[in-house]
Ligand binder design. Sequence first.
Ligand SMILES: CC(C)(COP(=O)(O)OP(=O)(O)OC[C@H]1O[C@@H](n2cnc3c(N)ncnc32)[C@H](O)[C@@H]1OP(=O)(O)O)[C@@H](O)C(=O)NCCC(=O)NCCS
Length: 178
Amino acid sequence: MGKTAPEGIEEKTAEVQQNADAHNNRFESDLPAFRSCEERDLPRVMELDREAFFDPWSRETWLRELQNPIAFWLVEEVGRAVVGYAGIWTVAGEAQVMRVAVQKSLRNRGLGYLLTQALVQKAWDEGMDAVTLEVRERNLAAQKVYERCGFTTSGIRPHYYADTDEGAVIMWLYRAGT
Ligand SMILES: CC(C)(COP(=O)(O)OP(=O)(O)OC[C@H]1O[C@@H](n2cnc3c(N)ncnc32)[C@H](O)[C@@H]1OP(=O)(O)O)[C@@H](O)C(=O)NCCC(=O)NCCS
């Protein structure tokens, strides 16, 4: 992905701005910004986690994540509001996407795409050669985001998620030149 803006990001950023303007005046002059997640963000991140996942993590788990040297967590801010978060684990040159979530009421405006792009950039900045993830077969919105970011499907693990018996779609993205 390199140092230049990812393909399509300018159009998507403009789209996010328009959508944000149309839907919420609070975001009028602000585009999303990304920074490392800190302990002070945990109450908000945990709120988003509860909204997004059936198995939200405890505060103890989040604290461990923030201290985990192979884990990198980003928060996405619009204005001063944290509207999303995402994280990777970096192991042996490969980043594994752990969680990506955007505030429910702000979905489908491009925020997930920009968040995932920032996460991928973080992986490259940390010297990773590839990023991989597993996503539920029926989670088409997430798959769309990952595909837009350049991920391709390498296979499916059937019956991977016990709660719904869904398969896991395995996706990979390789750094340019690797
Ligand atoms: C996945 C998630 C982060 C995406 O965030 P988002 O801000 O809505 O993402 P974007 O707006 O950038 O893109 C969503 C895309 O999915 C599409 N989409 C939404 N619902 C869809 C559906 N049911 N079927 C197909 N596509 C769908 C949207 O049209 C959009 O595509 P487009 O940009 O081509 O129009 C968000 O849905 C979320 O937080 N989900 C709950 C947590 C989760 O499942 N995380 C992923 C697994 S770790």
